[in-house]
Write a protein that binds this ligand. Structure first.
Ligand code: SF4
Length: 267
């Protein structure tokens, strides 16, 4: 892999635990610092040698003190401040309440105030801020039609699919293999639903990370001589309603969050 196109590519690799072992307050800040050459990717101790090798010595020296990540979020916030929240709410299946633009994220209420600041009663999940902003700013508001496609079928998804599989699908498969109530808990935690099995899978579960961006997880149990497998599907409208970068964050972010929860419970 060559030089990263932006800090988000680096952020996608990170643990997102905000553990601060790299000396930065958040993984987002670290990604920006790596992109601008202020930090080396090897300073995050949670990355494997293979992951470090992807970007080691492939970033330019710092030319700015403001990270690319910060700039990207600032641009999205500026754009959102200039939008009519009434129009946005209608377009993205959200709701305008007073000065607030409310949108359900993973089945939970999130809101942007009139200054495009993110508000939620939930424990802040920093990696969700970018996809949520991307969604309210840029979604075309197409209604999902139930035409499921794999991540690699999203325009731009093919080249990112290897990482998406490692950091998303493989993580979820490992949890589903070990943890008998995994799918029940996922449904309960994220207000998901079990649906009729798709693609001849044994279990199919649909989540709504964002109102017009459903995500389906299909799991095939192991059977004689065949290992289990798991794939994540998005509706074919995901390209217009969110885009491949944020779809990457949602799939891998959810997987890593579930892995942390499972670890916390001793699985
Ligand atoms: S980048 Fe790595 S070390 Fe830094 S906060 Fe994130 S997980 Fe921790």
């Amino acid at each position: 892999m060559g030089k990263p196109k932006n800090a988000m590519e680096i952020f996608a690799l990170l643990d997102k635990s905000n553990c601060r072992l790299c000396g930065e307050k958040t993984c987002l800040a670290f990604a920006g610092a790596v992109y601008t050459g202020l930090k080396k990717i090897s300073e995050c101790p949670h990355l494997s040698p293979e992951q470090k090798a992807l970007y080691e010595n492939k970033v330019d020296p710092a030319v700015t003190t403001k990270s690319d990540e910060d700039q990207y979020v600032s641009e999205l916030k500026r754009k959102l401040r200039g939008l009519d929240y009434e129009e946005v709410a209608t377009r993205v299946a959200g709701e305008k309440q007073g000065d607030l633009l409310k949108v359900n994220v993973l089945g939970k209420p999130f809101a942007f105030d009139k200054d495009a600041q993110f508000r939620t009663d939930l424990h802040i999940i920093s990696w969700l801020v970018v996809p949520a902003l991307e969604y309210v700013c840029n979604s075309k508001g197409y209604v999902p039609a139930g035409d499921w496609i794999s991540f690699r079928e999203i325009p731009g998804g093919r080249e990112k699919y290897g990482l998406f599989h490692i950091r998303g699908e493989a993580v979820l498969k490992s949890l589903a293999d070990k943890y008998p109530d995994f799918f029940d808990d996922v449904i309960h935690m994220f207000d998901g639903e079990s649906v009729e099995q798709q693609f001849e899978s044994d279990i199919s579960v649909v989540l709504h990370p964002l109102p017009l961006v459903p995500m389906m997880i299909c799991y095939w149990k192991p059977e004689e001589g065949m290992a289990s497998s798991l794939n994540i599907f998005y509706d074919a409208t995901v390209h217009d309603n969110l885009g491949v970068e944020s779809a990457f964050f949602l799939g891998t972010g959810i997987a890593q969050m579930l892995e942390k929860i499972a670890r916390h419970h001793g699985f």
